[in-house]
Ligand binder design. Sequence first.
Ligand code: G6P
Length: 581
Amino acid sequence: MCGIIGYSGKVNGIPLILKGIKGLEYRGYDSFGIAFVDSNHLFVKKNAGKIDEIIEEFDMNSLKSNMGIAHTRWATHGKSIYKNAHPFMDCNENFAVVHNGIIENYMEIKKNLKGHKFKSETDSEVLVHMMEDYTREGLSLLQATKRILSEITGSSAFAFISLRDNKIIAAKNGSPLVFGIGKESFYISSDVPSLIDYTNRFIFMADGDIVQFSSKSYKIENVFKRVRHRIETINADGVRYEIGNFQHFMEKEIFDQFKIWESYKNLDLTIFEKVLVVLKEARRVYIIGSGSSYYASLYGAHIFRKAGLDALAIEPQELSDYVKILKKGDVFFIVSQSGETYDIISILKDLKDNAKIGLVNVMHSSLSRSVDIVIPMNAGTERAVAATKSMTTTVLTFIIVYSMLINDRTYKDIELLLNGRFNIYVPSVEKLVNRVSEMLSKTREIFIVARNEDYPLALEGALKLKEVSYINANAIDMATLKHGPLALITSESLVMAIVSPSNEKEASNNLEEIKSRGGYIIGISTNNMPEFSTYIRTVDAGIFYPLPIIFLFQLLSYKTAIRKGIDPDKPRNLAKSVTVK
Ligand code: G6P
């Protein structure tokens, strides 16, 4: 999973390519490289490391070119070292390629490519040697690309520069790719925001699409099926995104949640009403998501069951267990911030006969284009790797649907709910939050315990502490404690307990069990409890009670990351959008 970008136009495109690729850094950030044409030569500059450092290393800001492609990498095949950074050139340095995805049969292909000098351990490099062979056999750039597309398996988006043809050719099958149309300039990219400063006119490429372009013209066609390629105009304001006065995107995105209500002011409930009709007729509702989206789904399934639906949250990789028992009336409620997560997109082919509702943040994404009804997640752009405001708005959406399911007078009730908005955070606990984050920064392990519907919130809190603070955080259902995990509790143990008002009574016994074994308990609750060693008060938000808890864990993991010197926007080994298997 990586980000790719390309440009061909009348003016120097290097500044655009460098800015654009920075915008794609959320897709991977362990190496970066650029290929460009200058004075009829093809150049490649690349290395392992952060984009800014590599730009400086090669003084890239002083380069000039009217045609180039670039790549930001998240290693899958081959370590994150110089030789594995994209772009790759063929043996004669006529072509350079960047690739996002995985070529599953690359070993087999490599064996058949005779006499080539491979310089990397990656799967992607085969593409450029295939291009070299096929064009040498007499195929045109387009014919060679078609053949490549038909021979590789797995999901891919790739782009070649051809020095000979003075063109870029790019293809998509399974990984995202958009084609941007400007004035005497054309672009490709893994996403729209990276190009929005340069054009707002896009063709959202379909699987099987191949586009070739120079500064003068472009041609797009699909090799799998008939596709009408519509140019769509995107509202740039809705896509542009700056960090403002914040240090990190994660910090900005956490605090953006103070204004979350603004995006719900003019909430259009007609989409929700359509959703309600589908849900009420469903035999069973499968709610599917990965990572934070899965934990939000677990919460959603819980409250949907409370509203009388047969709802089950599963992760996409579990679907194969259910395929045989699926019935036509089963409805899929699919949650994904990016709308591009491979595990999610890859299950869609098994759900052809089922109604699909997508809860998606990135409009124009693969998921939003493949479902029957799209509910916008309403979180606004999210850049930091860890999901923050999208988690909150996903849970909020589930609560809105739940509330409509249990009420008939839908409009009024939702308005009442949203008008009765509350502060998501009590600033008076700031000191305590800092103290707890200091404790967290000194621990390698923590247990987060919770019961019933609080448990998904514990899972999400633990995920945040893992991804950005590198703490081995274990979420444990309080009811499960006595079935094994209690053996881990000693006087050294740091335990966080999430206790919402309805669970206080039951939780009290479990917390006693922890306390009597010497565990130090940090309580996260609207009410203090005698079992807590430290207590962080959360706002009493009624039906919205999960939101302040979710917020608090985000803040704690952010603050802890900063104390530990971790860049919370780019934690090691992760990427925001996982577009590989
Ligand atoms: C990655 C991210 C997680 C995110 C998950 C699902 O694993 O690191 O933070 O929750 O993908 O992403 P999605 O875009 O499908 O919601």
